[in-house]
Design a protein around this ligand. Structure first.
Ligand SMILES: [Fe+2]
Ligand SMILES: [Fe+2]
Length: 295
C-alpha cells in the first residue's frame, strides 16, 4: 500500500520526457483522419507497457497533488512573470533542452513539434495569429526548466475547487487528492455557480494556463482560448464541464476544437527545414509580440 506521507520520496518525474504524455493522448484519441497525407504509420512510435506504467504513475502524481491551494500558490508565484525576460527564440532554445537523449525514440525536439503544428495550421490557410498560436502553444513547458515537476507542467487539465469528472483520464487517482474529501470542493459546482463561465474557474496548473496569461496582451480571444484550454480534454472531447461553461465559452471552444487536431496529429516527417521557414516566422512573431517576453 502506498502511504500518502511517502510523497517526498516519490519520483516526481516518472515520464522519460514530456512527449510521453502526448503519445498517451494519441492512444486515447487516435487520429480520425490524416492531416499529413504523406505520413506512414510505421514512422510513429509504438507505445509499450513500461511507458504505460510511467504515464499512469505520472497521472497518479498529477491527480494527487493538483489541489485548489496548489493552483492558487503557483498562480501567485508564476503570474508575476519575474523569473526571466527573453525573446521567445531563447525560450525555444531553452525548451529544446527538454529532449531526453537517453530515449532513442525521441527524434523530435520541442521546437519541431511546435513548427509542425504551426505549419499544418498555415498549410490549411487559417489566420496568421492561429499559426502563431501553433508555434507558441507549448512554450509554457519552460516551467520544467524553472524546476517544476512534470505533473505541474503537462497532463490533461481540469477545474479545481469543484467535483472531478469521471471523464478525466484515471479518475480513480483523485481519491488521493486532499480536495477529494473537501465539503465544498467536491460538490458538482464547488466554488462556482451554474454556467458561471470558465473565466471564473481555476484550472489545474500547467503549461496551458501559464502561456495563456503570458500571451494575454498580444493575441485575439480565440487564440487565447486555444492556449488556455488545449489540454482540457475532458471538456473539448467529452463535454464533462458544460455546467461551468457559458455561451461565450461554447462559442470559443469551437476554436479550441479546431486547434486540437493540429496539436495531436500534425507530425510530419517531411517538415521543411528551419532555414527555409525562419523568415516567415521571424516576421510573424515580430508582427504580434514584443522583442522580449517576461517569463
Ligand atoms: Fe501542450
Ligand atoms: Fe503540443
Amino acid at each position: 500500500m502506498r502511504d500518502q506521507s511517502s510523497s517526498a520520496k516519490d519520483n516526481q518525474n516518472p515520464l522519460q520526457n514530456l512527449d510521453q504524455w502526448e503519445e498517451d493522448i494519441l492512444t486515447r484519441y487516435p487520429d480520425p483522419k490524416n492531416i499529413n497525407a504523406d505520413k506512414k504509420e510505421e514512422q510513429f512510435r509504438n507505445y509499450d507497457e513500461t511507458e504505460k506504467d510511467s504515464v499512469k504513475e505520472f497521472y497518479r502524481l498529477n491527480h494527487t497533488y493538483q489541489t485548489y491551494d496548489f493552483v492558487k500558490q503557483k498562480k501567485a508565484e508564476y503570474l508575476k512573470f519575474d523569473k526571466q525576460e527573453m525573446p521567445i527564440w531563447s525560450a525555444f532554445d531553452f525548451l529544446n533542452k527538454l529532449v531526453d537523449d537517453s530515449d532513442p525514440d525521441t527524434d523530435l525536439d520541442q521546437m519541431q513539434h511546435l513548427l509542425q503544428t504551426s505549419e499544418a495550421i498555415r498549410n490549411d490557410g487559417h489566420p496568421d495569429w492561429m499559426v502563431l498560436v501553433g508555434l507558441i502553444h507549448d512554450m509554457g513547458k519552460v516551467l520544467c526548466l524553472f524546476g517544476e515537476p512534470q505533473w505541474a507542467v503537462v497532463g490533461d487539465t481540469f477545474p479545481v475547487g469543484c467535483a472531478y469528472s469521471d471523464k478525466i483520464v484515471y479518475p480513480e487517482f483523485f481519491s488521493q487528492n486532499p480536495d477529494y474529501n473537501h465539503e465544498i470542493y467536491q460538490t458538482k459546482l464547488g466554488l462556482y455557480t451554474q454556467n458561471c463561465g470558465l473565466d471564473h474557474v481555476d484550472m489545474s496548473w500547467g503549461h496551458d494556463e501559464y502561456v495563456y496569461h503570458m500571451m494575454k496582451p498580444y493575441l485575439p480571444e480565440p487564440g487565447l482560448y486555444m492556449l488556455r484550454y488545449h489540454s482540457f480534454y475532458s471538456q473539448h472531447r467529452e463535454n464533462a464541464y458544460d455546467h461551468l461553461m457559458n455561451e461565450k465559452d461554447h462559442e470559443m471552444f469551437k476554436w479550441v476544437n479546431l486547434f486540437n487536431p493540429y496539436d495531436l496529429y500534425s507530425k510530419n516527417p517531411n517538415q521543411k527545414s528551419w532555414a527555409e521557414l525562419e523568415p516567415y516566422y521571424k516576421a510573424l512573431v515580430a508582427k504580434y509580440l514584443p522583442a522580449t517576453i517576461k517569463f
